[in-house]
Design a protein around this ligand. Sequence first.
Ligand SMILES: Cc1cc2nc3c(=O)[nH]c(=O)nc-3n(C[C@H](O)[C@H](O)[C@H](O)COP(=O)(O)OP(=O)(O)OC[C@H]3O[C@@H](n4cnc5c(N)ncnc54)[C@H](O)[C@@H]3O)c2cc1C
Length: 476
Amino acid sequence: MDAATETSGTQRVFPEPSQRVPVAYDADVVVVGAGPGGFAAALQAARMGARVVLVERFDMPGGVHTSGLQGHAGQGVGGIHTELMQRFAREGYIYTVTQDRLPNWAGNPLSHYERHHAPDAPFTRMSFNPEGAGSVMAAMLQEAGVTALYGTSFVDAVVKDGIGDNRIEAIIVENASGRQAVTGKIFIEGSGTAQLAARAGVPFVSGGGGQPATAEWDGVERPIPGGLLWIMTGVDFQTVARHQRDAKDPRLEKLIAEAAAGGDIPPGLYRPRMGGKGVYGDLYIGHPTIDMSPMQADGTFIFWQNVPYEWALHMDERADDEARAKRALRFFIDAEVKFLKKYVPGFANAFLSNIGRFVGIRDGRHPVGEYVFSIEDARQGRRFRDAISKPMTKTFYWDEYAKYTFDVPFRSFLPKRIDNLILTGASMSFTYDTIFMVMRNFPWCTQTGEIAGFAAARCVEKKILAKELEWKEPYF
Ligand SMILES: Cc1cc2nc3c(=O)[nH]c(=O)nc-3n(C[C@H](O)[C@H](O)[C@H](O)COP(=O)(O)OP(=O)(O)OC[C@H]3O[C@@H](n4cnc5c(N)ncnc54)[C@H](O)[C@@H]3O)c2cc1C
């Protein structure tokens, strides 16, 4: 054993030398992560006059929707989200496709969003260019005076345990300057995987949750899989559609079988849907054929490559799981590109143009807050005195749930144990079975960020902690 290592139980440990870390910034509001939640929080707090430092490990804001390539656009739902949609459009970064522009798309089994439509039904699919959108969002932060530290990773939280209250005093970050501290009054969780909350000692529930013990459930808790998104350019989709029709091969099963027989499909690339296992239906569970959506320009499509559900990976908590997912998904994407080009008519001249910078996590840790919002709150249509918005009506992708209206309470933004931390986006205090509810999507993650930024700025003005803020009326 190396002289410097020790043992703690069965685990070898290495004592990290304690360091005196320089304080690089002193802010009113410190935001970790610049996804839709962190971005909107930083923007709103700065617009209300707070001194804001925003820490982002990649080169631009936007999270899953820019660095992760998602780019899903739609009508604005109010506030900063509407402003974003309008500004993306004004600066030429929105691409809109309808039935006239892309015939044979609605009802096509290869279509990610429109496959359940009636064949040839009218549709409107909007997306934004992720790189352009990231630049627009960066400009907006700059205009508002946010100190945005790109290429900077959050690594730890320094918590002061007090009598009656516990506060984060500083976060520790790493960047080109080494290890630095950023101090602040109010901290905002925008990492998408509740990293700040977890490091600050907030209790949390792992992704996957305790799924109901149905007859078909095998007892393994599997999070809804995360995914790596990628883009191909130069696709002649009408030629693909002609093959689907003429060869009676709507799901490309014949071509997939041919490629498998030729040794060109690795095991695990195409997997059957596992509808009924767990509580998620068949959404992202299985990858039986190509899963794509038009994006950016005619002939360009985004593709989904999800982590195999059956692997039960917890990418946000276990480094081995994260590395396994990253290795596997790049390998699958490479194999899928080669299959498409070699076997599928319409892809011969297409090329792989981008792969997302990270595997997005849909169902990571769920911090436990002052109120834990659950599926029952939607089913029962519960109302809360600290509702953050007018009642929401759209819940899940599934029609069964579309009928419910419900409130989300501000207490779901406030984690247990820490009094000056506000949650946003995918890191709020929600149970895992709300994963496909409307407030987990890009528009509402932007809204929860805006609300968190508003609350943080108010706390700074009033010189109070987040838990002392009285929430009196809906923001939206
Ligand atoms: C694969 C996938 C597909 C999706 N598809 C859709 C869709 O079609 N439509 C839709 O509306 N929603 C979709 N969603 C949901 C939506 O994207 C997320 O709920 C939303 O992006 C969450 O926002 P966020 O700000 O909480 O986190 P994120 O978007 O995950 O952003 C977190 C940010 O924090 C940064 N960060 C993380 N760790 C650190 C660290 N240690 N230091 C510094 N920075 C850090 C990241 O780089 C990132 O920029 C999808 C999600 C995934 C994962």
